[in-house]
Design a protein around this ligand. Sequence first.
Ligand code: HAM
Length: 426
Amino acid sequence: MIKAIRGTRDLLPPDTDLWNRVEAKVRELFAGYNFHEIRTPIFEDTQLFSRSVGEETDIVSKEMFTWDDRARAQSEKPQSLSLRPEATAGIVRAYIEHRLGDKGTLQKLYCIGPMFRRERPQKGRYRQFYQIDAEIIGPPSAGSESPARDAEVLEMLATLLDEVGLRGWNLQLNSVGCAEDRARYNQALRDALKPVVQQMCADCQRRAETNPLRVLDCKVPEDQPIIEKLPKISEYLDQPCREHFAAVRAMLDAIGVPYSINERMVRGLDYYTRTTFEFTHGGLGAQSAVLGGGRYDGLSELLGGPKAPAIGFAIGEDRLMLALESQGEQPKEMLQAFVAPLGAGMNPHALKLARELRRAGVSADLGDENFRLKKSFELAEKAGAKFIVIVGENEVAANQFAVKNLASGEQVQVLRSGLAKHLRQQ
Ligand code: HAM
């Protein structure tokens, strides 16, 4: 039997009901903040990711699904393509390619879709997973660099998580400074690592040379005591970066969004500058980050585009759903009515009634005139319907239907004209 590939999974009903409910809420909320949807391809030129996310990151060096696309002509070299491991790089590419910066306004863009990373699968970690990603990108003249954007994004996330019903989230905040700060910090790390790096894992030994910041991503337990003692990024921020971070924190304090500072959090992607953040949740076990994000003021220029400071985040949808389920969120939307035709010739009448109900916004399932009443009841219960509506000859003639509440057992006769209202009641 052919099975789904390791690290991928089928999302089945009723879980998909919860996914859709959350996505609908998120889309509505995004609209309220003037975000609009962008859809970019699922695969891109590999270089897009290696240049933006960073050659030395785990994502690019170990986890991408990459292949050589067949060359069109014999003289051509095959092009290296990769499934997107994240959405930001593709969105910034699209921003540059379509000259969205020329509009002179902030581009507030979001996308929802699958991402791909060849990670070791475990609970909350998959090789195909889903992100809800949002980005604010624009020319500095539109205010893209302002700490007000950071605060706006973080306030939106706090509201979003509250509105989808997630309780007990924690916001962890840090600043990784600008490119110059990072260069000084990398040098400090290099110096600090020199005397100890021989005791570390092979990845750390290489990264200590090529990109010392990435040593902080190391998960090897034996390396942790060494990493704990390394210098902290906060000691290397210049005055403008310190002030920017202080302004973000002051705005969060002013509106009462709680956070804690986590100086170790440098995030596993190279493009970040200044503010970085993660929201974590206790119901997730080891993979506790529900979402992550931050500022990336230099990415557009790095990819050959105009100056376009930006900030964004990606919610791990799989993890958000796990966290919601861990606190008892019911995935299933309840079916409101099971319409049961009773006796020969009743199918058209039942179909007509179901059509009316559905058009009035009542979710309805249909039985069949060949089913005995007992079977209709069983099917209605299996379908999780709140009510069963009996459509027999007498009912049709009287234009009044027997309606039974399957939970309470209460049965009443309801006129056709009042039926939809009756079925919509809780
Ligand atoms: P990231 O931290 O790599 O950031 O991923 C964001 C979120 O995606 C994580 O917090 C996690 O919830 C989820 N996630 C990541 N990998 C997996 C996986 N293998 N299985 C399940 N969930 C996963 C980014 O991707 C950045 N592009 C975010 C961003 C947008 N920064 C600025 N703009």
